[in-house]
Write a protein of this length. Sequence first.
Length: 141
Amino acid sequence: MSAKDAYFKAQELDLDLVKISPNAKPPVCKIIDYGKYRYELARKEKEAKKKQKIVEIKEIRLSPNIEANDLNTKITAAKKFLAKGNKVKITLRFRGREMAHMSTSKHILDDFAEQLSDVCVVEKPAKQEGRSISMILAEKK
């Protein structure tokens, strides 16, 4: 049907002529109530938003001279975060003279990831970013 005929038919029915896919050859139009159409689209969008899960990134900060018990406490906290479905960013921060020993302290992050290997995978490996080295862990699927 031509666009003019469709427009007149929409006027007769007291409805709107709405282009559904304007890029198609020929363009696809529908005769509908535009206000109701927009309301339905908004409802569908709202429903889709309800069903999606937002993944947060929780950060755990370590220092290069951390003791074993403190490290175990941080590992327990990371397990809780991972169990809730969040990602965990482990940051090893260096201050002052600790900067000279950055390369030798990387093993702390490796040990951390190794102890959590049963519940998580390394999503982003350890990388130096300024005065810190960080990596991101995600829950195993």
